[in-house]
Design a protein around this ligand. Structure first.
Ligand SMILES: [Zn+2]
Length: 110
């Protein structure tokens, strides 16, 4: 299956953790080899950082929050035209460039 979601797209979370369901956010990273995406502000994880010494500098311990990757099947692209989460089909332009088309309103997404 080809990944149709790109960095910078807005997606809606359609399944997964309850508190994230229905959230929208911008895709900040796509990991096609593992079929995952990282969405800004979604699937927040906390990492406890203990005090570390690096090159004579002491880093302050604390809790770092970061976005965990989500399975691509848990997100759906939000069409910038109709503002609906939608499936997309990929068509080829005459010059051979693939373009994504919203199945909802038929708008070109690229
Ligand atoms: Zn649309």
């Amino acid at each position: 299956m080809k990944v149709k979601i790109r960095k910078g797209d807005t997606v809606e979370i359609i399944s997964g953790r309850l508190e994230d369901k229905g959230k929208r956010g911008e895709v900040i990273k796509v990991l096609p080899e593992v079929h995952r995406v990282v969405v800004q502000g979604v699937n927040m994880r906390k990492k406890h950082q203990s005090q570390v010494q690096t090159q004579g500098r002491t880093m302050t311990p604390g809790i770092i929050e970061f976005e965990g990757p989500l399975d691509i099947s848990n997100v759906m692209l939000v069409c910038p035209k109709c503002n609906e989460p939608t499936r997309v089909s990929v068509q080829r332009e005459e010059d051979g460039e693939p373009v994504r088309v919203c199945k909802h309103c038929q708008a070109l997404i690229d």
